[in-house]
Write a protein that binds this ligand. Structure first.
Ligand SMILES: *Cc1c(COP(=O)(O)O)cnc(C)c1O
Length: 232
């Protein structure tokens, strides 16, 4: 193992920042899960993170995630799929993922449901509905106006346990305002799905704002891993 002291230092710094935010928000530290986003980084870095106590890791490309999770099968990691996902990759993703944070259309939910039903023994998948906070329909996510109907479809799909919402703060909006909007959508979601209490939001640059607005799952990459190799 490389034993990169800088990695441990960055992880400790982010963990301290999260702890500060949790305290300032008057929240329970046990209610916030930090997912370290390891996309583009080699399996060796993920192994090093596991050695530092990291359990939850996030990936956004199926092929890369399938390979890394297979290589690291000896570790007790939870793999979170956080990227746009083609329906035809559903079978591979349910093979390694604990959670998919990017449920954004019915065809994907249906494909994941079928892939889960085909597994022996049966497994369940945690699902987060990604909401699009912009007017740009090319960005991933369900428009807020379509959320209620889409949530009904997810709830009707065996094997997927709807946990809550996921969002990325748009670049041109105050992160705090964006996360507040997600929190309010989450409250609306809970009228139909009382158990869907999770909010997956907050990245390297805005995790503090996310914690203050109730994030339960932070997805943090570069602040912990350092810059991504190749384009990120
Ligand atoms: C890459 C990525 C992150 C992590 O971003 P950083 O700015 O590196 O913390 C979080 N969420 C999603 C959906 C991502 O693709």
């Amino acid at each position: 193992m490389a034993g990169d002291g800088a990695l441990a230092e960055r992880l400790a710094r982010v963990e301290a920042g999260i702890a500060d935010a949790v305290r300032d928000a008057g929240r329970d530290p046990g209610d916030v899960t930090t997912i370290v986003v390891t996309k583009f980084h080699p399996a060796t870095l993920v192994r090093e993170l596991a050695g530092l106590g990291v359990v939850d890791v996030g990936e956004n490309r199926q092929q890369e995630a399938s390979e890394k999770s297979a290589e690291l099968a000896d570790l007790e990691l939870r793999w979170h799929f956080i990227g746009q996902l083609q329906s035809k990759k559903a079978r591979q993703v349910v093979g390694f993922a604990t959670a998919v944070h990017s449920l954004d259309r019915l065809s994907l939910v249906t494909a994941l449901g079928s892939a889960l039903a085909a597994r022996e023994p049966r497994t369940t998948l945690d699902g987060f509905i990604q909401v699009n906070l912009t007017d740009d329909t090319a960005r991933g996510g369900v428009r807020p106006g379509d959320l209620d109907a889409f949530a009904e479809s997810v709830l009707a799909t065996d094997g997927i346990r709807l946990r809550g919402l996921m969002a990325v703060a748009p670049l041109d909006v105050e992160p705090r305002a964006a996360f507040e909007a997600v929190r309010l959508l989450g409250e609306r979601l809970r009228t139909a799905a009382p158990e869907a209490t999770a909010l997956s939001m907050g990245m390297s640059g805005d995790y503090r704002e996310a914690v203050l607005e109730g994030a339960t799952h932070l997805r943090i990459g570069t602040a912990i891993t350092g810059n991504r190799p190749l384009a990120g």
